[in-house]
Design a protein around this ligand. Structure first.
Ligand code: AGP
Length: 603
């Protein structure tokens, strides 16, 4: 969570920091701030609220100077407020720090600093950092030496950007367990939590790893081990993403744009190398036990994967929510863990991976972000190619994950001779056709969904039901509605209704039913009847050749027919659109849902 940025070069730092922060706002947006240095003085502006609101009031781009740091916050310690906003400055007003992560021992450090005459003006864990740097500078250390000594006292996770008036020609970046990249320009350098922040300025990046720091001047970024200070030779990466890919292109919100980019995300992802797929298949086939770990939307994609692996390839995988992995899972040398995380930075998933490795498991990951933390923790790295996803709600990365997992299941099924070569070719061809089918789904349903959004925008509760592969579809639909429209929504396996949730169904309550073709369809119709009989208004998503369903429901969202296993790709768009349009109808910003952030880097 939180986005940090930094700049050093010849240009005015403040407007560049502001632009970079806007590109990182999806990481956190409860407060924002910048600090720059000019003629031996530190300038700071910060406030509570979204970037545009704070900027309107404070003119964040008006700070003077060619070096500075900026921060967009997702609060952990201390409520969102001006005094808790970053950058935080030491007592002498000479050192400014932006931080993403959590300093676990901040209470103890506060006490140490108080004993040495320091005081604090915020509730944050971060404020100890500039004061520790200042403390060690007063002990006679230079800026870099003081930062290394200060960081040596920190426990927890941190990506830090630090500037000091004592050495205004330097920007220092430090990383431990929170993402941080360096953007290498010509005569200017950037730091940022994520690559999209620097895309308009450079495509050459260095990804800092845990335990590394960088001492940056306009012409050089010297990477070192934070503890020893020993220099490290790091090769810059050239990123393929463009700045354009991270812009809205006329759409009112990133979420809507990214929903519509799903066909392209699937096409690109299906270009996976045969070698990568073969390695993953082999790893899974060699396993005694397979876990797929993930959170949120990635967890729903994992459930689709589990279903496809079992149904088609006779491969059993247990899907575990990452934060529960260490509580409940048995790990040994025969275990393989597949970690699915679009950002590659989700702390819960990284923790599950570390727990798995400590128990002797082999780890593969599926991520959308090249060079992200999970890639460095995994023996085998697999990629989706959805392009940068800026909206906090995962949409196109879900489609890309599902497409990848389906292709994996098809390949495993062929290798295990569960399906013939002809069947395999047929399934792959159908999967490759889904981008076109999804375009047809948009054509056919978007207007209808806008109408439905107007009708159901004031619903207090909306229930979702599905069976088999329809269940992860509705789980994802319900999650989207919660996070974007703030409507209480629950997904229930349709067969489970009668074991309790049916008691909640009353007259007029909307129930959204994913009726997928296949063996569970008949039983699903029975469940639709159960809720209708109790007064629910049923909105079904079903294949357009399903004539019977029309007689059972109040509203039908009709989808071109596909194989049952492909329905998570074709049925999800109307549910994403429904959440989007209801959110907009209710006056919320779908790109920045309250209390949430794109990359969840705390456990
Ligand atoms: C999805 O819309 C959410 N914002 C969230 O559940 C997300 O999917 C989850 O935090 C996992 O993120 P990851 O894929 O980057 O690990």
């Amino acid at each position: 969570m939180c986005g940090i940025v930094g700049y050093i070069g010849k240009r005015d730092a403040a407007p560049l920091l502001l632009d970079a922060l806007r590109r990182l706002e999806y990481r956190g947006y409860d407060s924002v701030g910048e600090a720059t240095i000019h003629k031996g003085k530190l300038y700071v502006k910060k406030g509570r609220g979204k970037i545009e609101d704070v900027h309107r009031e404070l003119k964040l781009d008006s700070l003077p100077g060619n070096v500075g740091v900026g921060h967009s916050r997702w609060a952990t310690h201390g409520e969102p407020s001006k005094r808790n906003a970053h950058p935080h400055v030491d007592n002498s007003g000479k050192v400014a720090v932006v931080h993403n992560g959590i300093i676990e021992n901040y209470e103890e450090l506060r006490q140490f600093l108080r004993d040495n005459g320091y005081s604090f003006s915020s509730d944050t864990d971060t404020e100890v950092v500039p004061n520790l740097v200042s403390y060690f500078m007063k002990q006679g250390n230079g800026f870099e030496g003081a930062v290394r000594k200060a960081v040596g006292r920190l426990k927890g996770s941190y990506a830090l950007g630090i500037v000091s008036v004592s050495e205004p020609d330097k920007l220092i970046a430090v990383r431990k367990e929170s993402p941080l990249i360096l953007g290498l320009g010509s005569g200017e350098m950037f730091i940022a939590s994520d690559i999209p922040a620097v895309l308009p300025y450079t495509k050459r990046v260095i990804i800092l790893e845990d335990g590394e720091m960088a001492v940056i001047t306009p012409i050089r970024a010297l990477v070192k081990y934070t503890d020893s200070g020993k220099a490290i030779e790091k090769k810059p990466l050239r990123v393929a993403w463009t700045a354009e890919m991270a812009e809205k292109h006329g759409y009112p919100h990133f979420m809507l744009k990214e929903i519509h980019e799903q066909p392209e995300a699937i096409r690109e992802t299906l270009r996976v190398s045969a070698d990568e797929l073969a390695q993953l298949c082999k790893m899974l086939l060699d396993a005694k036990r397979i876990y797929i770990v993930a959170c949120g939307t990635s967890h729903h994609a994992a459930l689709v994967g589990k279903y496809a692996l079992a149904k088609l390839a006779d491969v059993s995988a247990e899907v575990v929510i990452s934060s529960e992995f260490q509580e409940s899972c048995m790990v040994d040398g025969g275990t393989v863990v597949l970690a699915i995380t679009q950002s590659g930075e989700t702390a819960d998933t990284l923790k599950a991976v570390r727990v798995a490795k400590a128990g002797g498991a082999r780890v593969a990951c599926l991520t959308n972000v090249v060079g992200s933390s999970v890639t460095r923790e995994s023996e085998l790295v697999c990629h989706t190619y959805a392009g940068p996803e800026i909206g906090v709600a995962a949409t196109k990365t879900f489609a890309a994950q599902v497409a990848y997992l389906l292709l994996l299941a098809f390949n495993l099924a062929k290798m295990r001779k569960c399906i013939s070569k002809v069947k395999f070719d047929e399934l792959v061809a159908q999967l490759q056709e889904t981008p076109n089918t999804i375009d047809a789904v948009f054509e056919r349903t978007e207007k209808q969904i806008e109408e439905l959004a107007k009708r159901y925008k004031d619903a207090k509760n909306i229930y979702f039901i599905g069976r088999g592969i329809g269940y992860p579809i509705v789980m994802e639909g319900a999650l989207k509605l919660k996070e974007i429209a703030y409507i209480h929504s629950e997904a229930c396996p349709a067969g489970e209704l009668k074991h309790g949730p049916l008691a909640l169904i009353e007259h007029g309550i909307p129930v959204i039913a994913a009726v997928v073709p296949g063996s569970a369809r008949g039983r699903m119709l029975g469940n639709v009847e159960e809720v209708k009989a109790r007064g629910a208004t049923v909105i079904a998503i079903a294949a357009d050749n399903d004539e019977e369903i029309k007689r059972h429901v109040n509203e039908l969202i009709s989808i071109p027919v596909t194989h049952e296993l492909l329905t998570p790709l074709t049925y999800i768009s109307p549910l994403q659109l429904l959440a989007y349009y209801i959110g907009v109808e209710r006056g919320f910003d779908p790109d920045k849902p309250r209390h949430l952030a794109k990359s969840v880097t705390v456990e």
